[in-house]
Design a protein around this ligand. Structure first.
Ligand SMILES: Nc1ncnc2c1ncn2[C@@H]1O[C@H](COP(=O)(O)OP(=O)(O)OP(=O)(O)O)[C@@H](O)[C@H]1O
Length: 264
């Protein structure tokens, strides 16, 4: 998929996210604005508790926004029926695996649920999409293993393959690289980058791996306490967006290397 064919997938306008408790709004973040295009890999970074998961849950319609608009392919997400939404948006929450007592192939096949009948019969298209997902993430050698036999990194790949089998325009992943070593963090993010550019899918994920995200993402959303900035990593570095992420008493962002340094 070339850049010539890029189109808008998600538009977020004046979004305010948070929780309503006893009729009172607890605002986690507000004034969030960004647009995601097809074929892009986008990382969300920010300190613990700043609202990354809350934002991803709001964009996936798991929880309501406090105010503002989220449009998926030009239509307000509130107007999508559950099945329609499941054929446009897939969500990968690594901690939530349906059952580890099924095989890799069976777990990936669950991605086809929005399209199959109530007993889950797979047709030719379903089988093709499952095979394609297995191939894209390079899981051919693992398909008959039970999920409880997998390492964290392998399981992460399987969850990505399940989202790919779901064949949606937008894939959202909440912290897809937690529990992985630095090599496998880079490995998973590189797979995501390749899939976004090869398939034209838009992939949005949250991460604490700021250095890797800066290196690999097309765009980033940087969430700090009072501000959310969006753009290409190099532009965000120039704007000083990463410098505002954490208190400066312990670590400081080095704009030359694009990484954080610990004060000695
Ligand atoms: N169910 C809830 N009700 C009320 N407040 C909540 C709820 N879930 C989370 N919060 C609060 O919302 C804020 C944002 O939490 P969230 O989990 O979105 O942050 P995060 O950026 O994903 O954090 P982390 O990096 O630690 O995973 C936090 O202050 C948290 O305490």
């Amino acid at each position: 998929m070339g850049s010539l064919h890029k189109h808008n997938v998600l538009s977020v306008t004046n979004l305010s996210i948070g929780y309503t408790h006893k009729a009172k709004d607890l605002v986690v973040a507000s004034d969030i604005n960004f647009e995601l295009m097809s074929g892009e890999l986008i990382g969300i970074v920010g300190a613990n508790g700043v609202g990354k998961s809350t934002l991803l849950r709001t964009l996936s319609k798991i929880q309501p926004s406090l105010s503002g608009d989220v449009k998926l392919k030009g239509t307000d997400i509130l107007q999508y029926k559950p099945l329609e939404l499941a054929s446009e948006l897939s969500l990968v929450l690594t901690e939530k695996i349906p059952s580890k007592n099924i095989t890799v192939q069976e777990l990936i096949a669950l991605g086809r649920q929005p399209y199959t009948n109530w007993i889950g019969t797979l047709d030719e298209t379903d089988i093709h999409k499952i095979k394609e997902a297995i191939y894209l993430v390079n899981l051919q050698d693992l398909i008959d293993k039970k999920c409880y036999e997998l390492s964290d990194g392998q399981l992460q790949k399987v969850m990505i393959a399940r989202a790919l089998a779901q064949d949606t325009s937008l894939i959202i992943l909440d912290e897809p690289t937690t529990h992985l070593d630095i090599y496998h963090k880079a490995y998973i993010l590189k797979i995501l980058k390749r899939i976004a550019s090869e398939t034209g899918k838009t992939i949005l994920f949250s991460s604490h791996e700021i250095d890797l995200t800066i290196q690999l993402c097309d765009k980033m959303l940087v969430m700090s306490k009072n501000k959310t900035s969006f753009g290409e990593p190099c532009v965000l570095i120039e704007q000083g967006s990463f410098s505002e992420l954490f208190p400066k008493d312990l670590i400081e962002f080095d704009t030359k290397t694009g990484s954080f340094r610990v004060h000695r």
